[in-house]
Write a protein that binds this ligand. Structure first.
Ligand SMILES: Nc1nc2c(ncn2[C@@H]2O[C@H](COP(=O)(O)OP(=O)(O)OP(=O)(O)O)[C@@H](O)[C@H]2O)c(=O)[nH]1
Ligand SMILES: [Mg+2]
Length: 405
């Protein structure tokens, strides 16, 4: 069995085991198991993002051995295109954005919330290709400088984040002309990707290196990209950056750049690993959800303990107040209004207690208990809940990086 087939078989087993094992516990804690199962739903996904004209579409065409995507020097793609092979007797051809987000077989329902404008910039292409039997590829509009959500008409970074969450591999492509200086790239690296995907899923690529005039020029572009990456990710260690170029008709590649020819093949090979990455992705998701669940349980348990101790202290105070009210409530009344004629303690001391002597003490006891219960329900408990709701971290001991995050 090939590696990919083994990975797909394991994925199928996970698909079967997860609902069986986790359904009950998810239901008990009011969680949505479907959210966890969404990434399992479809083929492993490879997402291409990067600045405009960095060569994403050219790479995809070359990888698939077909001219599927349009390419060009100025910003060319203004749409998200999901490319995959037809299954069974499905015909080749395109599906519209609204079909893609409304078809339950695909994992893209979450894109529905980004509005009509996005749907008109989203499509799915079914193309026969052996590579696409096991994976699907997403080509995206290139990142631009000084654009706002208003210019695009939809939340571009939000959509990239959503797709990154679903993707098993993400190719982040740069070129020497704009080596990490594009504003949207900054936001993606700084904000979008850290919340959506682990770094092991991202492949950094400096493409179009053949356009550098000399090795010195390439070194400058590489150095600029590394510097920008470390500024953007806040990290000092630099991830592997694939240095690649396409063989473009009519363009000769300088001799000294040929040593990097194999990098493009290595990148393609690593993308074929997507099914295996899907398994890690899946296990990471399960691990995250289970840890989150453990945190919730720990928080709930601590809340229960603190509530119990608060309730116990309140009960003690209320019992004491009830006793005082029982014994001296009618005495206070007597001192203020002269009624009742003989308070309960006087009957008690003079040993003339009758059934009637208990009427006022019992009324006082009832009043105090009822007032206490009301205060607890309307004031003490809401304040208690509010305190922990505004600072839920105080309910868990933050002793690991996972909890800290
Ligand atoms: N010299 C050279 N040109 C390249 C290379 N890769 C792509 N190109 C050219 O660069 C231009 C842009 O390539 P595309 O593949 O359209 O780039 P893209 O990233 O898809 O661009 P957008 O869709 O606008 O985001 C095209 O004219 C390609 O022929 C490369 O490695 N070397
Ligand atoms: Mg393109």
């Amino acid at each position: 069995m090939s590696e990919n087939k083994k990975a797909m078989e394991l994925k199928r087993q996970l698909e079967e085991i997860l609902p069986r094992k986790l359904d009950k516990v998810f239901k008990d804690y009011g969680l949505d198991l479907d959210e966890l199962l969404v990434p399992l739903k479809w083929k492993p996904l490879v997402l291409f993002i990067g600045n405009y004209s960095s060569g994403k579409s050219t790479f995809i065409n070359e990888f698939l051995g077909k001219e599927i995507q349009r390419t060009g020097q100025a910003p060319t793609d203004d749409s998200f295109t999901i490319i995959t092979a037809p299954e069974g007797d499905e015909p080749e051809g395109d599906l519209t954005g609204s079909t893609v987000v409304n078809d339950e077989r695909f994992p893209f329902e979450s894109l529905r919330g980004f509005g009509q404008k996005l749907l008109s910039h989203l499509s799915l292409k079914r193309v026969k290709s052996p590579v696409l039997e096991h994976i699907a590829i997403i080509d995206t509009p290139g990142m631009l400088d000084s654009v706002t959500e208003k210019d695009r008409g939809y939340d571009y970074l939000g959509v990239v984040g959503e797709l990154a969450k679903l993707s098993d591999l993400i190719v982040l492509m740069f070129d020497p002309h704009k080596a990490g200086t594009i504003k949207e790239t900054y936001k993606v690296l700084r904000v979008t990707l850290p919340g959506a995907a682990g770094e092991d899923r991202v492949r950094f690529v400096l493409n179009r290196i053949d356009e550098c005039e000399s090795l010195e020029d390439l070194l400058r572009a590489y150095g600029t990209l590394c510097w920008n990456l470390s500024q953007m990710t806040g990290r000092k260690d630099i991830p592997r950056i694939y240095l690649t170029f396409a063989k473009i008709e009519g363009k000769t590649v300088p001799q000294e750049f040929l040593i990097w020819s194999k990098e493009r093949d290595e990148l393609k090979k690593s993308l074929l690993d997507a099914p295996r990455m899907r398994l890690y992705h899946m296990l990471q998701e399960v691990d995250n959800v289970v840890r989150e669940l453990a945190l919730q349980i720990e928080a709930m348990e601590n809340f229960r303990k603190r509530f119990r101790s608060k309730f116990w202290n309140f009960t003690k105070t209320l019992s004491l107040s009830g006793l005082v009210a029982f014994l001296f409530g009618d005495l206070a009344m007597h001192l203020v209004s002269g009624y009742p004629e003989t308070p309960f303690v006087v009957d008690l001391v003079s040993r003339t207690v009758t059934a009637d002597s208990f009427i006022w003490p019992l009324i006082w006891l009832l009043v105090v208990v009822a007032a206490g219960a009301l205060v607890f329900q309307k004031v003490t408990f809401p304040l208690f809940v509010k305190r922990y709701a505004s600072d839920p971290d105080s309910l868990v001991k933050l002793k690991s990086p996972f909890k800290d995050a």
